[in-house]
Design a binder for this molecule. Structure first.
Ligand code: MV4
Length: 499
């Protein structure tokens, strides 16, 4: 089965690895900015799909289908982001006779609307956050709900998700303006201004349950992930298992997630996101109908390869395991390493990576989409890699992460590596005493005026000096930027040496 990967970066590389292990040829697609990207070098074949902005390349259904046709691909893996949860894309693949390596367009659609998914989950007996299940027709309905349930409440866009288009309302006098705000935001973000309201769950944890199903009606859960540590609705650190979930709660969460997935005839990998209060009551929040960024922590602990299962079930095969076969072992933690400068409010730091030293050794996994000599483009999410450690205990996984972070060196751009060292050493992280406000609370304690930021500068200066000395000794001048055919050829050569 020839597989086209409609994505870039580390997730494209991750999918290519699974395909190669299964003997499936791969086709990469790439934008202009990604001509020298790692996924292009790792695939068996690569097709250009347009200019650098994703609207003109990775989001162009027509160009991706065209690349599939021209390359003779039989299946399409969407990765995450871009077109991964676009029902129209899944349907277009199906209509073009291609296997979409993901759920059915009907499942994607059912879970794409918050109000529709709440209705379906409620009907299936899945606990949802108390609140409305239909979009409101007027402000009066919101006011009636607020009166009945009491404050605080949340007003959310029906078409929203992942933190976009929502507002906390704590007092009656703020209700009308919040309603108008969310309605107009929803209209401009999603082209659908409908909103509804929920009771506010305070100091929640964000716990999500991994499920995987096949096209024969088998669905199993692969435990939960703790995803509470977020900054601006972007996950920062994820763990498996959650430090607050025991075997009994895991079984209940798992049964709930399987029921939720079955209610929309789900197959492939998917995630049920839950809010969990300090009382450990949990509520369905939304379902992600894709492979997630943080899937490796589940893979390490549960001993499964989620991408290979996706490939199996897309071909119509049954899952390679049953619920009884699965048992968690140890603990895994993931840090999302970004090309951002934590000392400058996490400003993006794209540019040329001059040098990388990757952490290695026992219990370390690094899913990466960049290499030394690659220029991190400004056009896309600046995640460089996911650093994952696994050990028999949570303490062991934290110790390994701290050790791995000391080995990880990147020169040329700023990264969030020092931020993770800070988190791993924070007493409230170590004791697992955190909620969704943790990252914002600890940010003021961050101080990078000295320490590793300086160290990175020193490293860059040493390398720059060495390059200058080399250039002088050779009496040549390398261009700083712009396209040099020689330099490009050199990079391609360097990449070949790595394969
Ligand atoms: C909530 C909530 C409290 N009560 N809904 C944020 C992302 C989006 N998926 C839903 N979110 C929330 N919904 C109710 N009824 C608190 C959040 C929330 C949050 C949830 C998970 C992880 C981080 C968060 C940060 C702020 C707010």
């Amino acid at each position: 089965m020839k597989v086209l990967i409609a994505n870039r970066g580390e997730i494209a590389v991750r999918v290519i690895r699974a395909c190669r292990e299964l003997g499936y040829p791969t086709v990469a697609v790439y934008s202009e900015a990604d001509r020298n990207a790692m996924h292009v070098a790792y695939a068996d074949q690569a097709m250009p799909i347009g200019p650098s902005p994703s609207r003109e390349s990775y989001l162009r259904i027509d160009r991706i289908l065209d690349a599939a046709k021209k390359s003779g691909a039989e299946a399409v893996h969407p990765g995450y982001g871009f077109l991964a949860e676009n029902a129209q894309f899944a349907r277009a693949c199906r209509d073009a006779g291609l296997i979409f390596i993901g759920p059915s367009p009907e499942s994607i659609e059912a879970m794409g609307s918050k109000t529709e998914s709440r209705q379906r989950m409620k009907a299936a007996g899945v606990p949802v956050v108390p609140g409305l299940t239909e979009p409101v027709k007027s402000f009066d309905e919101i006011a009636a709900f607020a009166k009945e349930s009491g404050f605080p409440i949340m007003i959310k866009a029906s078409a929203g998700g992942g933190g976009k288009g929502m507002r906390l309302v704590e007092r009656d006098e703020d209700l009308q303006s919040a309603y108008e705000r969310v309605t107009s935001e929803a209209e401009s973000f999603f082209g659908d201004g409908s909103v509804y309201a929920e009771k506010f769950i305070s100091n929640p944890r964000h716990i999500e349950v991994q499920i995987v199903g096949d096209q024969h009606g088998n669905i199993v859960h692969v435990g939960e992930r703790e995803c509470t540590l977020q900054r601006r609705h972007q996950k920062v650190v994820e763990e498996c298992p959650s430090p607050v979930v025991d075997a009994e709660l895991r079984a209940r969460l798992g049964a709930m997630a399987v029921k939720a997935a079955a209610a929309v005839n789900y197959y492939s990998t998917g995630t049920i996101e839950c809010l969990m209060g300090p009382d450990k009551e949990f509520y369905f929040l939304e379902m992600n109908t894709r492979l997630q960024v943080e899937h490796p922590v589940t893979e390490m602990v549960w001993g499964v390869d989620l991408v290979k299962e996706q490939l199996r079930v897309a071909r119509g095969e049954t899952l390679s395991f049953t619920q009884e076969d699965l048992e968690p072992l140890g603990h895994a933690i993931e840090c999302r390493i970004y090309a951002e400068d934590p000392a400058r409010k996490f400003a993006p730091s794209p540019g040329l990576i001059r040098y990388i030293n990757l952490p290695q050794g026992p219990g370390v996994r690094n899913d990466q989409g960049v290499y030394a000599g690659f220029t991190v483009p400004v056009f896309y999410d600046p995640m460089l890699s996911k650093l994952i450690t696994h050990a028999s205990t949570r303490e062991g996984a934290i110790a390994r992460m701290k050790r791995a972070l000391t080995e990880y060196r990147v020169e040329g751009i700023m990264t969030t590596i020092p931020f993770f060292t800070f988190i791993m050493n924070h007493p409230d992280f170590v004791s697992a005493n955190f909620d969704t406000g943790f990252i914002d609370r600890i940010l003021p304690e961050l101080d990078f005026a000295h320490g590793q930021t300086d160290e990175a500068h020193v490293g860059a200066a040493i390398i720059a000096a060495a390059i200058m000395a080399f250039e002088e000794s050779q009496n040549v001048k390398l261009p700083d930027d712009g396209a040099s055919k020689w330099r490009e050829a050199g990079r391609i050569e360097a990449m070949r040496g790595r394969l």
